[in-house]
Write a protein that binds this ligand. Structure first.
Ligand code: UDP
Ligand code: MG
Length: 313
């Protein structure tokens, strides 16, 4: 398939059987109205429910616009988008969640910005409809990202975004694996902007991010785009070395003036345990970066595709 279209809409799908039919209907209604050639690329990210069969049904009904990438297993939302990026043919590429939290009706708003010459159209959610916990964690990570990286965006978690072909090509070429697509896109953009979009509660099913996956994702964001965690460690280590150097000098003096002492054992323990825990955290942080290097250097495929279902042209 090499025919270029104006617009590619990319949807990662992981166990979204109930949401897919209304999503598809609303997408088709919105995109048909735009009256430009488009394609919808669904990546089935190892769903265990009926999602793949439903997607195949969409392909049967609209083979002219639907393409399906079926992953062999679950490789994560960002890799699902990456695979679709690689195969997309649109001059403009829009990403969207499958759970109807991002209303498809907002897509024209993003396209207007693209036609005004912006190459990366981010979005922030008006009245975010997520749990208090999720919203709070997001705010914390947003703040941390703002202060540790040069990536400026109001709401990194909102995936309803539009990119120019050039940015998507750069993302694909970067060969990153555990990455965070909106941040990567921002890095490559010359002229980014943001718009406000509506946000709905998940139509059906539950979030695919449990606490562990949420932590992993946010680690990817920080370690993928900043060295500050490592640098904080070096600075902390230097400060502690300086302070303990002073302490040694003081203890030496006391030894000469007061003579041998053995009090303060528990204080010593407390300080030691604290420092050991800091060291362990440090090793962990180094491990995060080392793991990324290892993954990149091992040259294994980022994801494995079982089948691509699309009209042969
Ligand atoms: N998703 C995916 N693979 C995953 C996790 C999520 O393709 O491993 C998809 C999911 O089907 C949805 C989108 O990514 O279309 C966002 O996921 P979710 O709504 O669970 O995230 P949240 O809105 O809670 O951040
Ligand atoms: Mg969601």
């Amino acid at each position: 398939m090499s025919k270029v279209v104006d617009l590619s809409v990319i949807v990662p799908v992981y166990n979204e059987a109930e949401n897919l039919p209304p999503l598809f209907q609303r997408l088709i209604d919105t995109l048909d109205k735009i009256k430009q050639p488009y394609e919808i690329v669904f990546t089935n990210d190892g769903s265990a429910d009926a999602s793949l069969d439903i997607l195949k049904g969409f392909y049967k009904s609209r083979p002219d616009v639907v393409r399906i990438i079926d992953f062999h297993g679950n490789f994560g939302q960002h890799m699902a988008i990456m695979a679709a990026f690689e195969r997309s043919r649109g001059k403009t590429i829009v990403t969207l969640d499958a759970d109807l939290q991002n209303p498809p009706e907002e897509i024209p708003k993003l396209l207007t910005k693209i036609s005004q010459g912006y190459d990366c159209v981010g979005s922030y959610r008006a009245n975010r409809q997520d749990s208090f916990f999720r919203t709070y964690v997001s705010r914390l990570v947003n703040w941390f990202r703002e202060s540790t990286t040069d990536i400026k965006m109001r709401d990194q978690g909102c995936m309803l975004r539009a990119y120019s072909r050039q940015i998507v090509d750069q993302i694909v070429q970067s060969e990153e694996r555990s990455t965070f697509i909106p941040a990567l896109a921002y890095k490559f953009s010359f002229n980014p902007t943001e718009v406000e979009v509506k946000h709905d509660a998940r139509a059906a099913g539950v979030s695919k991010y449990n606490l562990y996956r949420l932590i992993r994702l946010n680690f990817d964001l920080i370690t993928g785009f900043s060295l500050l965690p490592l640098q904080i460690f070096t600075l902390f280590g230097m400060t502690i070395s300086a302070l303990s150097g002073l302490l040694v000098a003081y203890m030496l003096l006391r030894r000469l003036i007061v003579g041998p002492e053995a009090e303060g054992l528990f204080t010593l323990f407390a300080i030691l345990i604290f420092l050991v825990s800091v060291v362990i955290t440090g090793i962990g942080i180094i491990g995060e970066y080392l793991g990324r290097i290892f993954q990149t250097l091992s040259h294994r495929p980022r994801y494995i595709i079982r089948e691509v279902i699309e009209k042969k042209k």
